[in-house]
Design a protein around this ligand. Structure first.
Ligand code: ZN
Length: 56
């Protein structure tokens, strides 16, 4: 999804304003969730991960 069903904010709007519409945006907007995930993963881990829940 590229838009939050809770507040109708789009990813493009977030990029333009720099603000998310609500906390649900992180869950519903794929690009935003991905960006946040990469941000946190980048601080915890060095290198790329496949994203498997059971290790490799
Ligand atoms: Zn929202």
């Amino acid at each position: 999804m590229n838009k939050c069903p809770n507040c109708n904010t789009t990813y493009r709007e977030i990029l333009q304003t720099g603000f998310v519409g609500c906390e649900e945006c992180y869950k519903h907007i794929d690009e935003l969730a991905k960006a946040v995930k990469e941000l946190y993963d980048g601080k915890k881990y060095c290198g790329k991960r496949a994203g498997g829940a059971n290790g490799i």
